[in-house]
Design a protein around this ligand. Structure first.
Ligand code: IMP
Length: 430
């Protein structure tokens, strides 16, 4: 296998966890490049369900090396809890299978509290996961962030914390009218985490590039989805990192020529969590039906929030294919549509009596866009046991082919259920 990236093409939750898990078989290293514990990747292996937030799902495979890149933001407490949960399920996490970038930024308690206070004050304007992700990236861009290499040096950590709290406590007291934090409180708590995490911290950029030069296969793992990308998504209703494939290079320190192919994971319909425009959203019974169909319902894996559900949106999917430079598609959750007699696919928007085929950059415009639908006949047959594309009902094949045509990207994988076995490989050499 060459170096393959797996990215989300909608608003996240496309089922990347399962696809990454399947492709990990062929990879030696799995490397995550952005986001933090706002993500929740679910992998089901036989009767065991694993939800990973920070650690690449490659950890579930023996002998694979997992990298948490410099572009990821790390909540040390959450990471240690995740390690403990894996160890409880007899998955070993050690210095030979988990490598954390020295330059990854650390989420501090004040990031989480300030985000909560801001969302409360703005009445949940963005609908974030309240994990402190945005404020951690704000400090990174403001050049006042604390990185893993700072955290593991107690003198540097204390000095940076003192400097930051001097500023941040003023913000808490003056803007939100609440008491700030004490240096010793955070220092003592985080020093305990350092003891456990320090052995994992390493120079992942050199490690990864040397491995690639030796011909080792890497799987680049994306979190969230293209429409949540801070530059290209439905701003301001986005996350604070670059979830599109461009983030791989900056978030891991590898050049673009090192990425051989990019697989876009796309759900056979659309979902989103949190606030923001969603032209094909279904608010009534049909939305509830999509949310609750199948063995795993549409509820956020990190926050438990119900996901908003709607028809497949070819405008955003096509835009995402372009942004990511997709080589192929992994279409997931086809089985959820099994008992619908008719399925809508959005092929363009209507805005101000005009037909719009390109993603409008302003969220207020997207909010007013009305989807123009094409109606496709359903297949009214279960697909959960089908393992070959040609054996899928003809209408299911027509539906999938239409999605591929709208995105102008060939299909490599179709997923018809959460189990590893419930997969149709259209392209065998991934
Ligand atoms: P944040 O990433 O917590 O700042 O949240 C910003 C927006 O991204 C909110 O709408 C979240 O619901 C959404 N979001 C963040 N992570 C995920 C994810 O892994 N899946 C789906 N939505 C996400």
């Amino acid at each position: 296998m060459s170096n393959v990236a797996v990215v989300g093409t909608q608003w996240g939750d496309e089922g990347k966890g399962k696809i990454i898990d399947l492709l990990t078989e062929n990879a030696d290293i799995v490397a995550r490049y952005q986001g933090g514990n706002n993500a929740g990747h679910t992998v089901i292996i036989n009767d065991n369900e694993f939800t990973l937030h920070l650690i690449p799902s490659g950890i579930l495979h023996k002998g694979k090396k997992c990298i948490i890149g410099n572009g990821v933001v790390i909540n040390p407490k959450a990471l240690l809890e995740e390690i403990a949960e894996l160890e409880d399920k007899e998955i070993s996490v050690n210095e030979n299978n988990l490598y954390i970038s020295k330059s990854a930024h650390v989420t501090m308690p004040y990031h989480i509290v300030s985000e909560t206070l801001k969302e409360e004050r703005d009445r949940g304007r963005i609908g974030t996961t309240l994990r402190g992700i945005g404020p951690t990236y704000v400090d990174k861009a403001a050049r006042m962030g604390i990185r893993m290499c700072d955290l593991i040096d107690s003198d540097i950590f204390r000095a940076k914390l003192e400097e930051n709290l001097e500023q941040i406590n003023v913000l808490f007291e003056k803007i939100y009218g609440v008491k700030g934090f004490q240096v010793s409180e955070i220092f003592d708590e985080y020093s305990k985490y350092v003891e456990k995490l320090a052995p994992f911290v390493s120079d992942t950029v050199f490690m990864l590039n040397k491995a690639i030069d030796k011909g080792v296969s890497v799987l680049f793992e994306g979190a969230q989805g293209a429409l949540l990308d801070v530059d290209h998504g439905t701003y301001p209703y986005v996350t604070s990192s670059n979830s599109t494939s461009g983030g791989i290079c900056t978030g891991l320190g590898v050049g673009p020529t090192k990425v051989d192919s990019i697989i876009g994971v796309v759900k056979a319909y659309t979902t989103r969590v949190g606030e923001g425009p969603f032209p094909t959203e279904l608010k009534g019974e049909l939305g509830d039906k999509l949310r609750n169909a199948g063995p795993i319902g549409e509820y956020g894996r990190s926050t438990g929030r119900p996901r908003r559900c709607g028809w497949f949106d070819g405008v955003i999917a096509g835009y995402s294919a372009m942004l990511n430079g997709l080589s192929s598609l992994a279409i997931t959750r086809l089985d959820i549509l099994d008992d619908l007699d008719e399925i809508n696919v959005c092929v363009a928007y209507e805005y101000n009596d005009q037909r719009l085929e390109e993603f409008p950059y302003r969220s207020d415009i997207l909010q007013q866009c009305k989807p123009i639908y094409e109606k496709l006949p359903g297949w009214m047959e279960s697909t959960v046991d089908i393992r070959e594309y040609s054996k899928l009902p003809k209408n299911a094949q027509k539906y999938l082919n239409r999605l591929s045509e709208l995105m102008n990207v060939p299909i490599a994988i179709v997923s018809v259920g959460p189990q590893r076995s419930q997969t149709i490989f259209v392209e065998k050499n991934l």
